[in-house]
Design a protein around this ligand. Structure first.
Ligand code: SF4
Length: 435
């Protein structure tokens, strides 16, 4: 049995894209060590522990050969007049393949994380923003405010990789950084410094965060009336505003996925407006964390190739972007798609699928492409296991700050098709040359 140890492996299971993992390969089994967090260890183990000879294609829940599954795929795709490509959890190479197929079939493209991404995008469209990179945080940030986001829960090694580092280039040490969390973190272990200094927490429930962001913006700008009445912890928030003003390089961190309330883009705008004001007298940046489920990777490919982000339809032969009308859930609810190709080809635990039943009770047929280790999707007419980048195939992954595209390496040999191979096979079946 072949054994190998791969070092400096990049991980695609959250947007941080840590690239210091060690993978011990023994035949078809994988064990992640080195810097791997629990989520990464479980994901690598789950994907790799599916035996190569286990069923990997299903039609209506019954195991079939890949050829039989592809024949059913062609029966569904060939007559489709309004296909919807959703999920889009894949890497750059997978998304390039899907874009070719979308171009050929006139599909609408929407990612599983679009709703969260739009909270940031609307804010940028309205007012722009100043953001930074993970490396800048690592080397320069002296005051870090995590707003409304349980950073460690979404990005398990954020503090280890970006805050409590041994030799920040432009700070004496990391221990003296100030970490302030506004919200309700479940676990402070990651945010606690190596010498045991726990972060300051201003505990606010999610329904108070929009108000808190607006208040902080006013405090930083000095634009509030002197006798302001609020039941928010005003003195604590004043202190945070003051420390951001005194900081050499403040950073405000959030994950839009956690700002899950109506018009949360206005909260993002309050945070980015505060950053703008702070930059009149000192230096401050936002760090909108994202990139999980390949959302930045897929979005980058869409932008290169069409000039538009997710929620773009290629039905007319050119890109038509509509962030509201082209939402997966709305399109399915209104019965505007006749086929859903759902791609969940990274984390096998990201198994939620949209409701495919329209308001009139009709079900949109679904083809699902999933990683090894993912459960059977009951609603899927066809489900095919695809190669997972960083396990069964190589690829490229954009991390949370969109600056770095990380190479993902193939670790084990199995016969699953890649997402791009699936797309090319469909195009060959449609009898047209790939674009
Ligand atoms: S923090 Fe994210 S990228 Fe890093 S090892 Fe864990 S899951 Fe992978």
């Amino acid at each position: 049995m072949a054994t190998a140890t791969l070092t400096d492996v990049a991980c695609p299971f959250c947007g941080l894209g840590c690239d210091d993992l060690t993978l011990d390969v023994s035949g078809e089994t994988l064990a992640a060590s080195g810097g791997a967090c629990v989520r990464a260890k479980l994901a690598f183990q789950k994907i790799a522990s599916t035996p190569a000879d286990a069923p990997h294609s299903w039609v209506e829940g019954k195991p079939v050969s890949l050829d039989q599954a592809m024949a059913r795929v062609m029966d569904l795709i060939a007559p489709s007049k309004a296909p919807l490509f959703g999920g889009l959890a894949t890497d750059v190479l997978g998304m390039r393949g899907l874009m070719e197929l979308a171009d050929r079939t006139g599909a609408l493209l929407d990612h599983m994380n679009s709703e969260a991404k739009l909270r940031n995008l609307r804010s940028v469209q309205d007012a722009g923003w100043i953001t930074t990179t993970l490396s800048e945080v690592r080397n320069r940030a002296d005051v870090i405010v995590c707003f409304g986001t349980d950073v460690s829960a979404r990005f398990p090694r954020f503090f280890e990789r970006c805050v409590w580092v041994e030799e920040p280039m432009f700070l004496k040490d990391s221990e003296h950084r100030q970490v302030i969390i506004i919200g309700q973190p479940k676990d402070l272990a990651g945010a606690t410094s190596p010498k045991g200094r726990v972060p300051e927490v201003i505990s606010l429930s999610p329904d108070r965060l929009a108000e808190a962001a607006a208040l902080m913006r006013g405090l930083v700008a000095g634009s509030l009336p002197p006798q302001i009445q609020t039941d928010l912890p005003l003195e604590a928030l004043k202190s945070v505003a003051e420390r951001l003003k005194q900081a050499h390089y403040g950073v405000i961190v959030w994950a839009a996925a956690d700002l899950d309330w109506s018009h949360a883009d206005l909260t993002v705008q309050a945070l980015t407006g505060m950053v703008g004001t702070l930059n009149i007298t000192t230096r401050c940046s936002g760090l909108p964390l994202g990139g999980s489920d390949g959302d930045f990777s897929s979005d980058a490919v869409m932008l290169w190739q069409t000039g538009y982000p997710f929620r773009t339809s290629l039905a007319s032969g050119t890109g038509h972007y509509d962030p509201v009308m082209h939402s997966t859930q709305r399109v399915l609810h209104e019965d505007e798609a006749d086929l859903l190709l759902w791609v969940a080809g990274l984390d096998p635990d990201r198994t939620q699928v949209p409701n495919t039943q329209s308001a009139s009770g009709k079900h949109c047929p679904m083809i699902a492409l999933t990683s090894a280790g993912a459960p059977l999707i009951q609603e899927a007419m066809v489900q095919i296991t695809v190669a997972t980048p960083a396990v069964d195939t190589h690829g490229y992954f954009f991390r949370a700050d969109k600056i770095v595209s990380l190479p993902l390496r193939k670790a084990i040999q199995r016969s699953y098709p890649t997402v791009a191979e699936f797309a090319h096979r469909v195009m060959a079946g449609l009898g047209e040359k790939a674009c």
